[in-house]
Design a protein around this ligand. Sequence first.
Ligand code: ADP
Ligand code: MG
Ligand code: MG
Length: 883
Amino acid sequence: TKWVYSFGNGRAEGRADMKNLLGGKGANLAEMSNIGINVPAGFTITTEVCTHYYANDRSYPDELARQVKEALASVEAIMRCQFGDAENPLLVSVRSGARASMPGMMDTVLNLGLNDQTVQGLIKRSGDARFAYDSYRRFIQMYSDVVLGVEHYHFDHLLEILKEDRGLTLDTELSADDWKVMVERFKARVLEETGTPFPEDPEEQLWGAIGAVFRSWMNQRAITYRKLHHIPEEWGTAVSVQAMVFGNMGDDCATGVCFSRDPSTGENVFYGEYLVNAQGEDVVAGIRTPQQISLAGKTKNKSTLPAMEEVMPDLYRELVSIRDTLEAHYRDMQDMEFTIQGGRLWMLQTRVGKRTAAAALRIAVEMAQEGVITANEAVLRVDPEALNQLLHPTLDPKAERIVLTRGLPASPGAASGRVVFSASTAEDWVQNGEKVVLVRTETSPEDIGGMHVSQGILTTRGGMTSHAAVVARGMGTPCVAGAGEIRVHEADRVFTVRGTTVREGDLITLDGATGEVMLGAVPTVQPELTGDFGTLMGWADDRRTMKVRANAETPEDAETARRFGCEGIGLCRTEHMFFDPRRIIAMRRMILAEDETGRRAALADLLPYQRKDFIDLFTIMTGLPVTIRLLDPPLHEFLPHTDNEIAEVAQVAGVDVGTVRDRAAKLAENNPMLGHRGCRLGVTYPEIYEMQARAIFEAAVHVGRESGNAPVPEIMIPLVCTKRELDLMKAAVDNVAQAVFAETGTTLDYTVGTMIELPRAALQAGSIAESARFFSFGTNDLTQTTLGISRDDAAAFLETYQAKGIFKRDPFATLDADGVGELVRLAAERGRATRPDLKLGICGEHGGDPDSIAFCQGAGLDYVSCSPYRVPIARLAAAQAAL
Ligand code: ADP
Ligand code: MG
Ligand code: MG
């Protein structure tokens, strides 16, 4: 087996499409090398070795050592130096790289191969002892942290002591001898901490680092990141070993990170940051304030430091041409890392850049308009889930803002919440129902859990490419980075800025689009849905075959859904209309009534409310279909609980408290989810469904008269499992329809159909379709009843089930295609065999989930229905499913 792939010198054994084997980083290093871009030579150990490592008790395949040795020899030949050589040493970096990029989640070791002998060679080669000892101590620090488990603070502490002794404040003031002393003290500390001397043998160092990178696949933050991004554990990481180039060898050296387009807005400008005389990690770690690459970026960020375009114009032009080459080659926005050593430019990484939703839209639309990609590709490129970021409110431009300070606009969007200073506090507070903004000097990969639950992230150090900025953009969380005027006093849980003190728990607002940090919660407004958004959604609508409806019952929700482009209502849950405080009393009176007369009296009170609801809904949805589900929840849910509630009902109903209490006790259920609910209510108390049907028909007639555009109500009977249930309910509805038509002297079209949410209904779909004009798959209940799992009680074990690989995804979030999906497919087939024009839709939560939508396309559904805010997501997902 080939376990190792070499690259360098304009050639490579790998290619960009070998990401599964070489990881994203390794595949792209190979590709860049192949297309003639200057890349330091190296080799990639495949992800299969990672798999082998974990499957075989953390050991390597037999031939690996020999293949690594050969690959290393070829790097030595290309770079004209020798690994471990005291005269002219080759130094390498050992880099992680999975199939999907997981920025900063796994480990990298730089400057590997240094020891007391080779450092002499580095001094000779660079003519700079200070640089050589600084590199050496950086290596010890990084290697000890990553491989030996001796954490950074040990070394930071030793460095502080030395600086204090020498009366120095900045690292740059330290001399070669100071760094040499540091090297000795660092090594002594490693011996103290581990009981073993720091490894001097470069070979041992190399294998130590390779093992550490493989192990970092299983570190906690990588596991968390994979979970958040649905990255399977089986993928494993590759390890790239690459000749070091140095951005910290003097003022003709630099290192930087850049994007071929602005990752925040998507604007087609070259965008990035760099540092003169620095090593890679320094830019991302946010230790020094980076400088802008282009003059355009400098203006935009109001930077006062000179741009690379001014300082190194020739290298800048070379970089611009590489940017053009790479973007054209990959046909997508690239995120690149480079280092300049002694005036020579080296590319260290390129990948498809992470971007905000707004940028994703703009880049997709503009690249299609530029002819770089097709409109189909543009539609496929935008993650439907990411649209979420664009649909939510932004800060009201007219609202008053108490601006505390301004940082970099690192990830757009508005966020208000209570200030917290640690990721763990963020998690605790959010557990307790608070909304928080995480404020940190800078974030690190350990903070990932807390960042995820925060409304917004504010850092005082670091640039647009800092950890906080990159991760926030990936999560779609608003972020302001590098707000340098803020002083965080973590111990006192306050921050101060321009004389104002803000405490933990105080409300602040971030505007991730402008970088403003404001005191208090600033009001928001609805977003604009035109421009690039409109263009892309237009392309999506032209391509999809399924309709998208909304689950909505209130006028507000219905209006939101229409604004977001829904094509009707797929599920109007009539019970939500009864929970209103003014109505619930009548509802309670109805269900607690001793007999039909009592029930009818209470229902008569509810009728005008219900009619008004439908008039509103039909009016908002003029011209579009509306599916109304008759009462579904267990009566249990409406029972009065507190003494107050019981007294209230007793009073309105004119009976004594004891009677109400007895009746309520009699109606209480052990397992309401499988109890007296759905059409079982209609079967036992037909007057309930009759009242609802009357409200629907009277409202439809009314709206038809007012607007001249009569609605076509689709009346849906819930929880049916036999044809007979549906027939009874349909007859009741038809009777009411005839009565209303006779009373009003009008008729209108309507249909009666059913939810398919019980396995028996799915199996009997062929016979049920004889009476049903449409099916709507109620996949929330269908999942509960197929899996025999109560959704409300699943939290206790679902996580474990996912961790142990029993469920790949939460079946209540993404449709279980093999089980529940099988029933959906079967019901669709059997139903259509009986009635070829049977209309099929889905109205569970799954109707707004892109993967489930793809399933629905395959099952031949006519429409999906989802919550209003997910309508655009579903429109795009449906287009992608159709392509
Ligand atoms: P990550 O995946 O966390 O970005 P990388 O493997 O890209 O980790 O390494 C981090 C940084 O280390 C890079 O951005 C680069 O600046 C620096 N680096 C890695 N390899 C080399 C190398 N061969 N020469 C110089 N710098 C390197
Ligand atoms: Mg990198
Ligand atoms: Mg249901």
